[in-house]
Design a protein around this ligand. Structure first.
Ligand code: FAD
Length: 372
């Protein structure tokens, strides 16, 4: 059969960048993906003309000009700016916490008034915050904590804020200007028509095998290429020889509704403690859609068990130490490299994955070619 320069295990964003760079150098790639589509977690499924972010809402934002030029050179981005709203028992507040939020909450107008209220409420906590609740109140005061932080955080972690360590919350951003733009990055948007066009461009020219788990045909597939770039979970590659890494996951309930505009915003956070889901996403608003129907997805935090999608690594001491042992094994592999959020057991935003893949290509693969 045909022999390839690279076998790319996993068809997500990380390997997409490798595929694109390899293609530019005239190198050949074979992609093996266990799902029935390429794209990894940025894949969108079309329903009634609406691009549904099936594996979680994805908003592209970056401060890295090179990364922005790279992706926007491949596909056109729209002017979406993430401005989620919070729903607390039917009361609507703007996020992140800013003058619009405070004005609605207290009927005030000036930054001075907002500062005074928050300052007086922060004083409830004296000394070093002993848990997440005290940490949050010491930063944003009692009202913002009670309505916008408490229930949401409790649902996310499955425990009361009083029983969570203060360290989970580093800094809750508070803005004393009227500004609902969630991110501070200068570049932001969503590819027009969703992420699938970007994925198609990145993997253009590659041979692709779908619905195939590399680990079940490891020897045979690896034999088809000079080098292997593996973006699956690193512990599964080594047959869990040191034990299993842990992940956090989410459960999504997607619903097609017979109305054109359900909630008037792409992202609504449910910040009360009673509503069982944390967020409701209305996908068409990511793309300024005008379709007759709409698709909404409820997001439920869930305990991760075997067979569920591993979404977020749990970078606590135990898991980080376990990952370090797998990483050591990984470095001993001669022709296999590990990359991406599962291969490196690291939470990466899309722009960081692109940065990391470009760095990896330049330092590990391109240089190796030069040495040969
Ligand atoms: P993945 O996309 O996970 O790709 C890995 C691929 O490998 C998958 O397709 C998988 O099926 C395949 N695979 C695994 N094992 C095997 C195997 N044994 N054989 C064959 N194939 C295999 N980033 C942002 O910048 N903005 C956001 O708003 C944002 N929201 C997010 C929301 C959620 C819920 C999650 C989980 C992530 C979010 N991200 C966001 C991060 C973004 O998804 C990642 O940065 C990016 O998708 C990672 O790409 P990757 O290629 O490393 O991994």
């Amino acid at each position: 059969g045909k022999h390839y320069d690279y076998l790319l295990v996993g068809g997500g964003l990380f390997n997409g960048i490798i595929a694109h760079e390899a293609g530019k150098q005239g190198k050949s790639c074979l992609v093996v993906e266990k799902r029935s589509v390429l794209g990894g977690n940025i894949h969108c499924r079309e329903v009634e003309g609406i691009m549904v972010h099936e594996y979680g809402a994805h908003i592209f934002h970056t401060s890295n000009r090179e990364v922005w030029d790279y992706v926007s050179g491949l596909v056109e981005f729209n002017h979406y700016i993430n401005s989620p709203v919070a729903n607390y028992h039917g009361e609507i507040y703007n996020l992140p916490f800013n003058m619009n939020t405070f004005s609605k909450m207290w009927g005030i107008r000036t930054p001075q008034e907002a500062r005074e209220i928050i300052e007086s409420q922060r004083k409830v906590v004296s000394g070093e915050p002993k848990n997440l609740e005290e940490q949050a109140i010491s930063q944003v005061g009692t009202d913002v904590y009670e309505k916008l932080v408490k229930g949401y955080t409790m649902k996310q972690w499955g425990r009361e804020c009083k029983d969570l360590p203060a360290s989970i919350i580093k800094r809750l951003p508070v803005r004393y200007i009227y500004d609902n733009n969630y991110f501070n990055d200068p570049y932001q948007g969503i590819p027009k028509g969703g992420y699938n066009g970007l994925i198609e461009k990145l993997y253009d020219g590659c041979d692709v095998i779908l619905d195939t788990d590399y680990l079940e045909e490891k020897e045979e597939l690896s034999g088809m290429a000079d080098q292997v770039i593996y973006t699956g979970t690193i512990d599964s590659y080594f047959d869990y020889c040191y034990g299993k890494l842990e992940y956090r996951t989410l459960r999504f309930e997607h619903e097609l509704l017979n109305e054109s505009n359900h909630q008037g915003v792409a992202v609504m956070n449910y910040t009360d403690g009673e509503t069982p889901y944390t967020r409701k996403i209305e996908h068409k608003h990511f793309d300024f859609g005008t379709q007759e129907k709409t698709v909404v997805s409820k997001e439920y935090p869930a305990e991760w068990t075997d067979g569920m999608e591993p979404y977020y690594p749990v970078n606590d001491e135990k898991n980080s130490a376990l990952y370090a042992r797998y990483q050591e094994l990984g470095e001993k592999e001669e022709k296999v490299f590990f990359g991406g959020r599962l291969g490196e057991y690291k939470y990466y935003d899309m722009d960081k994955v692109i940065e990391s893949a470009l760095k990896f290509w330049r330092e590990k693969l391109q240089d190796k070619e030069k040495q040969d």
